[in-house]
Design a protein around this ligand. Structure first.
Ligand code: PMT
Length: 226
């Protein structure tokens, strides 16, 4: 049996990817399946936390037992749902792959090919950074955990980028995933590094996404005790 060490904690986990519409039938999206975020939510509920899971798109995964799932589609919808749930949360973990940009205009009709018009170009505008907003509006005692998806490996600057991201975003813990070449997104296993704002760093060896989730919750429980 798992420890009930998260009993009494209200936690929010975001999972999956956002979809940014171009027209009524097309969108810009990403490869997140939601598996890592769902594993974080499932493990937290098993360890006694009260869990709200804000779920974007991905595989159609079943709701983890004992969690309250809120489904969203765009980054702006995810932002509203995360902030609403975070207002009463002790811990927020942003495992979702939120689109940094959305198409600047959403065309109301299906974009068509025409022979007399130039091919369309997509102009993007920035989405809000939900994690940075969470840090800005942090409640006293609230723990905020970010994820970072970086291409490359530890020799190619992944950790340097991640350290800079941790500083910039201002969260307490940052889980760094090396992505690309079939890593992290969509697959069953994950690995990476856990960085804390106090400078501590440790590798998380390759294992199931549930195993990585357990490691992250161990670190959160330790962080809260300090
Ligand atoms: O869903 P899976 O298939 O299981 O894959 C898991 C995963 C690889 C998606 C996951 O482990 C992961 O790394 N999630 C974060 C992916 C990401 O978008 O990273 P980023 O480096 O672009 O963003 C950094 C952090 O800021 C993340 O916590 C992200 O949720 C947050 N963010 C990003 C953009 C934005 N507009 N708002 C945000 O809050």
């Amino acid at each position: 049996a798992l420890p009930r060490d998260l009993e009494g904690l209200r936690v929010v986990v975001s999972a999956g990817g956002t979809r940014e519409p171009l027209d009524p039938v097309r969108f810009l999206g990403n490869r997140s399946s939601g598996k890592q975020g769902y594993a974080l939510a499932r493990v937290a509920a098993q360890r006694g936390a009260e869990v709200t899971l804000v779920a974007g798109h991905g595989n159609e995964l079943p709701a983890p037992a004992g969690t309250d799932v809120r489904h969203v589609s765009t980054a702006l919808e995810m932002r509203d749902a995360v902030h609403e749930a975070a207002a009463a949360a002790d811990v927020v973990i942003m495992a979702a792959a939120v689109a940094d940009f959305r198409p600047a205009t959403r065309v109301e009709y299906k974009i068509k090919k025409t022979d007399d018009q130039p091919d369309p170009a997509i102009t993007l505008e920035r989405n809000p950074d939900i994690l940075a907003e969470l840090v800005e509006n942090r409640k006293i005692g609230q723990t905020i955990v970010g994820f970072a998806a970086e291409t490359g490996d530890e020799h190619a600057g992944v950790l340097d980028h991640a350290r800079a991201k941790l500083k910039r975003k201002g969260c307490d813990l940052l889980v760094v995933n090396a992505v690309g070449d079939g890593r992290a997104f969509e697959v069953e296993e994950n690995q990476g590094w856990l960085l804390s704002a106090d400078g501590a760093e440790r590798p998380i060896p390759l294992g199931s996404k549930s195993h990585l989730a357990a490691t992250v919750w161990d670190a959160v429980a330790e962080f809260i005790k300090r």
